[in-house]
Write a protein that binds this ligand. Structure first.
Ligand code: ZN
Length: 84
């Protein structure tokens, strides 16, 4: 089974922010499937396609899953362990 490389997010939940660890500009968005709020790296984030969710009329955007900021953040170790 192929691993999914794209992820669907709600366009109306997108918000610009900044990473506390590396100060990169982020795009926050709520994931359709899980309802979780995830940060994407603004520099690499791109909307691959859009669709309208039938039940709600909300715009759903499809993005590359690999632009998830936690996967690439150079400062992500700051968020792990929690010993300090
Ligand atoms: Zn970061």
């Amino acid at each position: 089974m192929a691993r999914e490389v794209t992820i669907e997010i709600y366009a109306d939940t997108r918000q610009t922010g900044q990473c506390r660890a590396c100060h990169a500009t982020l795009q926050w968005a709520v994931v359709v499937k899980s309802g979780a709020r995830l940060p994407f790296t603004n520099d690499t984030f791109a909307v691959l396609s859009k669709r309208i969710e039938e039940e709600t009329g909300r715009i759903v955007e499809r993005a590359d899953r690999r632009t998830n900021h936690w996967a690439t953040c150079p400062g992500r170790d700051l968020f792990r362990g929690g010993s300090e």
